[in-house]
Design a protein around this ligand. Structure first.
Ligand code: PLP
Length: 234
């Protein structure tokens, strides 16, 4: 199937999921995740109305930003190293992967230096997996408190990468838990919090994620097909 057909199908499924749970499809952001994907293919997706691009490597954001520019919004969705913040601070609308005070401090410093308030999501390791980044659910309140000294940071919500499961349905409890945390975040009334995004759901599980309250789904293979990792090393 073409990129166009894939996007159409995903939009249909998003609309169906919204109908089942009484949500408005226009409240859901369909992000195209473009790691390893060429600018030409990304432009095809943009021609189909994609407005948000997600990348998980700093180098790829920098290269593709050069080729595509700021007609779309760039989101950093992968683990971000402190020493690489400076390369993307002027390019990204939203960083989904804030997971430490050290990283927050650097983002704040770099944002301040260019007169920007940087929007971020806090990454949650919802299943406590050893292999995943993110803070534990129980640490959220304390973490928010620690961020309140940073004037050039705005916490706009939460992000998670759910565990890989054989059936999407098995991810539902994790998404439900994320929704609870998101509701708690909204009630915190912290000066640094302006909660509006719950970023969860990928190709394998976005329908369930939407049923449980996600409003940013991050889709890579569902739009572009399987990734060719050899190309990445060119
Ligand atoms: C790669 C990636 C995605 C998209 O994964 P697909 O299964 O290809 O849809 C979403 N979120 C993050 C953080 C990713 O790294």
């Amino acid at each position: 199937m073409s990129i166009k057909d894939n996007i159409e199908l995903i939009r249909h499924r998003i609309a169906d999921a919204c109908k089942r749970v009484g949500r408005n499809p226009s409240d859901i952001i369909l992000m195209a995740v473009t790691k390893t994907i060429s600018p030409d293919k990304i432009k095809e997706a943009i021609a189909e109305g994609i407005e948000v691009i997600g990348e998980n490597r700093v180098q790829e954001i920098v290269q593709k930003y050069d080729a595509i520019g700021d007609k779309v919004k760039w989101h950093m969705i992968g683990h971000l190293q402190v020493n690489k913040v400076k390369y993307i601070i002027d390019k990204v609308e939203l960083i989904h992967s804030l997971d430490s005070v050290k990283l927050a401090q650097e983002i704040n410093k770099r944002a301040k230096s260019i007169g920007k308030k940087q929007n971020v999501l806090i990454e949650i390791n919802i299943a406590g997996e050893e292999t995943k980044f993110g803070i534990r659910p129980g640490e959220l309140k304390k973490f928010i408190k620690e961020l309140e000294i940073f004037d050039n940071l705005c916490v706009q919500g939460l992000m998670t990468v759910a565990p890989i499961v054989s059936e999407p349905e098995e991810a539902r409890p994790y998404f439900k838990h994320m929704r609870q945390l998101y509701d708690e975040l909204k009630e915190m009334k912290s000066p640094i919090v302006d909660a509006r995004y719950l970023s969860m759901g990928m190709t394998a599980d976005y329908v369930v994620a939407i049923e449980e309250g996600s409003n940013i789904v991050r889709i890579g293979t569902g739009i572009f097909g399987p990734r060719n990792y050899n190309k990445e090393e060119d």
